[in-house]
Design a protein around this ligand. Sequence first.
Ligand SMILES: *[C@@H]1O[C@H](CO)[C@@H](O)[C@H](O)[C@H]1NC(C)=O
Ligand SMILES: *[C@@H]1O[C@H](CO)[C@@H](O)[C@H](O)[C@H]1NC(C)=O
Ligand SMILES: *[C@@H]1O[C@H](CO)[C@@H](O)[C@H](O)[C@H]1NC(C)=O
Ligand SMILES: *[C@@H]1O[C@H](CO)[C@@H](O)[C@H](O)[C@H]1NC(C)=O
Ligand SMILES: *[C@@H]1O[C@H](CO)[C@@H](O)[C@H](O)[C@H]1NC(C)=O
Ligand SMILES: *[C@@H]1O[C@H](CO)[C@@H](O)[C@H](O)[C@H]1NC(C)=O
Ligand SMILES: *[C@@H]1O[C@H](CO)[C@@H](O)[C@H](O)[C@H]1NC(C)=O
Ligand SMILES: *[C@@H]1O[C@H](CO)[C@@H](O)[C@H](O)[C@H]1NC(C)=O
Length: 773
Amino acid sequence: MVGRIKLCALLTFVYFLTLTKCDLGTDLAARIAPDTSPDVQEDAAKQLIQRVIGLRASQWFQVEVNRILDPSSYQISRLDNGKVLITGSNGVSVCKGFHYYLKFVLKKDFDWFKTHIELPEDWDPPNVTHRSKSSSPLIYYQNPCVWSYSFVWWQFDEWRRHIDWMAMMGINLVIAPNQETIWQDVYTELGLTPQEIEAHFAGPAFQAWQRMGNLRSWGGPLPPAHRQLQQLLQQRILAAQRELGMSVALPAFSGYVPTAMRRVFPNASFTQSDRWNHFPDPYCCVLFVEPQDPLFQQVGAMFLRRVIQVYGSNHIYFSDPFNEMMPRVREPNYVRYTAKAIYNSMQVVDADAVWLIQGWMFLKSVYWTNDLIEAYLTAVPRGRILALDLQSEQFPQYERTHSYYGQPFVWCMLNNFGGNLGLFGSAQLIPSGIIAARSMPNGSMVGVGITPEGIGQNYALFALTLEQAWSPDELQLEDWFEYFALTRYGVNDTRLSQVWQLLRESVYSFQGRERMRGKYTLNKRPSLHHYPWVWYNVTMVYEAWRLMLEAKETVPLNDNRRAIYEHDLVDITRQCLQLSFDRFYVNLKSACRHKQLNRVEYLAGKLLELFADMERILASGEHYLLGNWLEAAKRLAPSEEQRPIYEFNARNQLTSWGPNYQIPDYATKQWSGLMSDYFQPRWNMFLEAVIQALKTQTPFNYSEFKQRVENEIELPFSNHTKAYPTSPVGSTWNISHDIYEKWNAYSRDTLFLNYCQIAVTVAQTQKSGEEEW
Ligand SMILES: *[C@@H]1O[C@H](CO)[C@@H](O)[C@H](O)[C@H]1NC(C)=O
Ligand SMILES: *[C@@H]1O[C@H](CO)[C@@H](O)[C@H](O)[C@H]1NC(C)=O
Ligand SMILES: *[C@@H]1O[C@H](CO)[C@@H](O)[C@H](O)[C@H]1NC(C)=O
Ligand SMILES: *[C@@H]1O[C@H](CO)[C@@H](O)[C@H](O)[C@H]1NC(C)=O
Ligand SMILES: *[C@@H]1O[C@H](CO)[C@@H](O)[C@H](O)[C@H]1NC(C)=O
Ligand SMILES: *[C@@H]1O[C@H](CO)[C@@H](O)[C@H](O)[C@H]1NC(C)=O
Ligand SMILES: *[C@@H]1O[C@H](CO)[C@@H](O)[C@H](O)[C@H]1NC(C)=O
Ligand SMILES: *[C@@H]1O[C@H](CO)[C@@H](O)[C@H](O)[C@H]1NC(C)=O
């Protein structure tokens, strides 16, 4: 490996004459690869295979890590003893080869919710010879937010399964953002009091935004025991990832510190960050140390040394001072020195440091003109910044930045914000986008990644992205979805493959520039001013639902295939109900406008009925339960007395997101429990008020409703302590079928048709200014 680095260093030098992007990526991947021995990686891969297919794994599979192979490559063959031999350049490549074998030889795939696969006892592995090399030196996963939206309550068991999944998808670069115990030590050494330090930390569900400098203290206190346990957990996660040969990027200083730093360093140069999303004092306006101030270097080095002590290092560090916050001065020189200072604070600690940055700031802000971006990125030697092009499927930045001005970048698929449920995405843009970026003349793309804010939905799109990451050829969507359906349910059924083709052509066909994140009318605070729209033919989704229901008998019971089928059936039923909701809603608006009391009452009844059905179907799916989220949060509390903090955090993140509905329903989930006790009551209150206004012939007073809904439903929800089921209730198929039949019957009912004539607008982009995202 040392040889490879030297060779690449030479090639990087030669680059200035010849420009070879492939070396940029290989060099970078080699620089940050963990130095785990082949034996350890082999063993880790062997154990992973055993977790996936059970104890007989070693009877069937033999693995080998061989560094002579090309980086990120594997070979599969059958030995004379009948076993399948998977040889890979590292542990991850072996696991990727194993995934290939499962999906393309055995036709059995897995996903986030399912990583166990059954093989018959008398199974005789077929003789397959296959070799493959990744077209992306780096395959990246994670967004700082996913740690708070999805991983926040996880313990090691959940992580173990998830890391197995990552390795099998070929992911070789992730982040490890946990850092609060380290900060506690640094701040103590700098002279802050325990109270001053505690006042800075946000609660357990809001750590991501405290780390990024967006807020402080909201949801706190953060119990010290929590910080220690999370650090231990992070160490275990890191160890498991590195054993497989994954690289882990660690946090470096990004300038944000407790307010009390001003007391201790009165002469240092600080700025206060902008108020983020209307957060009031004392939760907002985090103190920021100017990167040019010597204090930045001092704190940065102190912090990074400890980070490396606690976590070890793969020479890659992330720091994003300007995530949703603008630099103080709008000048190329200022941002250049800022970037130099940040990188320098890493390099004094680790001469080989690579700085991982999220391209998010370039996307979000009008501040970042091209000359500023160029100044920022080129302040650091080429190859020492790795930029994540964070939402390449919708808002790619690599073109306008001339491929990040030569700095290597990763093409990332983000898909969702806040982990909202809902079927949506831009499938077509993924393979073509990746191939186009990869073949860009003079391009510097060195990898592909996924950067969702939350997981647990739209799995197909993430699987598609990661497969395209590895594959040199552009994946053909129709074939890809066909095969996805086959390996997902373990049956070749035309109805099931049709379901996925219909989804591909409808919910996954978005191509516009709108922020069509998964927020729907039924999840939003009710008003008469929402403008639902879709970019697809909703009949296709209803048709997918019908086909899904019909195919029930063909889905095999073994291997937990039926569970995956039921999971998807809940999701599609949910999607259809949500689409129906939009339809009732546009008609409700029209009825209100025309003061048609009967019609309004009829539609109000239907909307409430729909909530009841939504609650029933969600309650039948184990991954759609508020109870699981709340109980997992409470389980993580170090003591009984601290449980209320955890429950409050868990509830608040899903609803008000802040003390006063700061980021309304941003991370909402369509879950059983939220449907019955949050969304439904809110709409109920609204519909009653609207009907009352019509009856008394007075104008509907929205501000009065807003005040009431906030005080009586939205804000109190965070403080409630009602417990919810943690196991599913009822038969998914029966419930889904029942709901299908019922709403289908309505579509033949004259009154219904008469009251519901208006359809939801279909457009590739909504009419501007209408929606209030
Ligand atoms: C497997 O197939 C390859 C070529 O297809 C052949 O060369 C090899 O001998 C076979 N191995 C076994 C163990 O049957
Ligand atoms: C801050 O600067 C003033 C004036 O230069 C000096 O007297 C004081 O000692 C400095 N304080 C600290 C904490 O360095
Ligand atoms: C690529 O780089 C070469 C050498 O610097 C330059 O001559 C050429 O114009 C560039 N091509 C594009 C499309 O930018
Ligand atoms: C599925 O079955 C059809 C015939 O019903 C066949 O043409 C097709 O090749 C099968 N697909 C796979 C992947 O086995
Ligand atoms: C919508 O999809 C359905 C079912 O596939 C189809 O029959 C119908 O023609 C489509 N409508 C439009 C406007 O494309
Ligand atoms: C609406 O309600 C608010 C709060 O109850 C009240 O102050 C206001 O006067 C009402 N507006 C109208 C037009 O009735
Ligand atoms: C919820 O509880 C917190 C204290 O934990 C309190 O500050 C807040 O006022 C309560 N909110 C409501 C709406 O009761
Ligand atoms: C589903 O409905 C069928 C037919 O009504 C019934 O026989 C069956 O017991 C139900 N299954 C469950 C799990 O409720």
